[in-house]
Design a protein. Structure first.
Length: 156
């Protein structure tokens, strides 16, 4: 199986974990980027994110630099925004055909995971969605033991 890591990271926490997975697996890696970046204070972005999640808004994302049809195993990473994946991840998930693929989601958060993993399952219709990895941060300090993350990676 050919594997790719696809992630969205507003700050650097999700990026750090995606790069950790890439280093351990050798998988290809792709960062989702919005056409219009989020700007302003942290609180302004949090408020904007809450509004977007509540409305089901899907921001425009930049074109992908790889052909995802080449991959049958996809590792998906997103920060948790208001108990689900970030709106940019939502945009990406809606644009793909998940039939026949295996998906391994991970989510970074500083609070409650909410329904993030159920939302990944719901959005990836037709895929075999494996149990996700909940990775906790306190701001930029990793709180989930690295050993737990490495154990999850070894099962991919």
């Amino acid at each position: 199986m050919k594997t790719v890591i696809v992630y969205y990271s507003y700050g650097s926490n999700t990026k750090k974990i995606a790069e950790m997975i890439q280093k351990k697996t050798g998988a290809d890696i792709l960062r989702i980027e919005t056409v219009t970046p989020y700007t302003g204070s942290y609180n302004k972005v949090v408020d904007q994110g809450q509004d977007e999640v509540n409305r089901g808004y899907c921001p425009e994302i930049r074109p992908l630099s790889i052909d995802l049809d080449q991959y049958d195993r996809i590792i998906l990473g997103s920060p948790v925004w208001w108990y689900t994946f970030a709106p940019a991840m939502h945009t990406f998930l809606k644009s793909q055909n998940w039939k026949g693929r295996t998906v391994y989601p991970f989510a970074t958060n500083g609070g409650w995971i909410g329904h993030t993993f159920q939302d990944f399952t719901d959005a990836c219709q037709g895929a075999d969605v494996k149990p996700g990895m909940n990775i906790r941060f306190d701001e930029s300090t990793l709180r989930t033991p690295v050993k737990d993350i490495e154990n999850w990676i070894s099962q991919l």
